[in-house]
Design a protein around this ligand. Structure first.
Ligand code: ATP
Ligand code: NCN
Length: 202
């Protein structure tokens, strides 16, 4: 079984941007591009989740539909890769996904990309400490989420491993645990808001 990803070269820095993307929106694109630039990533893989283990699945667009919308959103940006790797690998929890991808792409320097709201609840993810010990984490700002993120239990537990903003470019080469907060995105768009708008226009 293949994960569907390209063969990266050893030492390539590659971002893994997991999300429900229900649907993908411009805020996601801003995050992915900010991460790519800040860490000089060869690619950003948008891992379209078969289903966030912490969210109810009611009202979800299908996985092929969500993946197609990521593909449309990233059209003309060769560094952006829409991926259904989690469905192919049969993984739902991030801890399993990153272990499977690290095993399949030896030498590639994966970085996990998440918005600030995700760091705020990261301590509820399955084996979150193991994730933090497996790959560096890049946390990108989201309006109203800086305080919840930076005062969260995981931010507190990992505080001595936080890089200074000036050193964020070195994150992919850091031995985990390592993380950085990138205050580069000020985009208030959210999938919840888009779903609400689409529903009320019917
Ligand atoms: N506007 C944004 N700014 C920064 N990060 C974002 C933004 N929107 C989403 N993200 C991040 O992108 C990742 C995927 O998010 P997700 O697909 O859940 O979108 P969402 O807009 O948060 O959706 P929902 O409103 O359904 O929760 C998460 O890590 C989330 O923190
Ligand atoms: O592994 C977990 O326990 C876990 C819990 C919550 C969220 N995640 C992952 O976090 C990413 C963002 O999810 P979402 O739904 O906020 O877009 C996506 O890749 C999810 O699989 C993972």
């Amino acid at each position: 079984m293949t994960d569907g990803l390209p063969r990266f070269a050893p030492e390539d820095a590659v971002g893994l941007f997991g999300g429900s993307f229900n649907p993908a929106h411009g805020g996601h694109l801003a995050v992915a591009e900010a991460a790519r630039r800040a860490c000089n990533l060869r690619a950003v893989v948008w891992l379209v989740s078969p289903g966030n283990p912490l969210k109810a699945q009611a009202g979800y667009l299908s996985l092929p539909e969500r993946t197609a919308r990521v593909r449309a959103m990233t059209k003309g940006r060769p560094a952006m890769i829409a991926s259904d790797a989690e469905a192919r690998l049969g993984t739902r929890y991030t801890v399993d996904t990153v272990a499977a991808l690290a095993g399949r792409h030896p030498g590639v320097r994966f970085v996990w990309i998440m918005g600030a709201d995700s760091l705020a609840s990261f301590h509820r993810w399955r084996h979150w400490r193991r994730i933090a010990n497996t790959l560096p984490l890049l946390v990108v700002s989201r309006p109203g989420q800086a305080m919840p993120a930076l005062t969260s239990p995981s931010a507190h537990a990992l505080r001595q491993y936080r890089l200074r903003e000036a050193d964020v470019a070195s994150l992919p080469r850091c031995r985990p645990p390592a993380w950085a907060y990138l205050p580069a995105v000020h985009d208030a768009r959210s999938a919840t808001e888009i779903r609400r708008r689409e529903a009320s226009s019917c």
